[in-house]
Design a protein. Sequence first.
Length: 271
Amino acid sequence: MRFRRVKTALAVVASAGLLAAGCGSSGSDGGTAATPAPATTSASSGVTGTITVFAAASLTGTFTTLGKQFEAANPGSTVKFSFAGSSALAQQITSGAPADVFAAASPATMKTVTDASENSSAPKVFVRNQLVIAVPKANPKGITDLPDLAKPGVKVALCADAVPCGAAAKKALAAAGVNLTPVTLEQDVKSALSKVTLGEVDAALVYRTDAKAAGDKVTGIEFPESAKAINDYPIATLKAGKNAAGGKAWVDYVTSDKGEAVLTAAGFQAP
């Protein structure tokens, strides 16, 4: 048998061209099975590259969590966030800042972007948020409702009127017939909340989600007038972005069941 294999070697070499021509067929040839085609990893449905997301400060915790989930589901992708007051972000976008997605804390701030025709998709409301009174855990001033904020000696932090949380606070205070002079006006809700956690004020009007995220550092006090100042959060892709496919994929992920689960667990309301 050893001699016969040597004897037929030339015949095998001579017919190599014919064998090579036939190895690409879809038949059950043993030779074809021995050399399988390499796996095509490029067929992944995931997006890649950096996705730049401008988002309201109140979305910091939830979007950071969703960003990690999105990157795990889409290897090769990176979600880069810029969190700030929605009005400041809208101004940056209309001034030419390159972002793929804008998630605002109010329709009014999104309108700044759409009026400038900077959006590439129609804004979609994906969550809603409501105000609470944030006080130190022990609540030394005994605050229970909005009128308590106007009492002598009570120091209050609010967001500036131009910021969605400030506009909502203004509506809620008007609904309650309460006039007060805050000791500070902050440019985003996280800054207003920090005044409470640092002991610089006795109370602040912040979103329910931010008070919840602060854990045992603060107590969030519900008040009925907040129902008259609920903020809708719209999201849209942007023309100036450098990763259109990534931006769309991010919006789709945020508005999916997985995104809604993370957002509602944090205290946001479904639209």
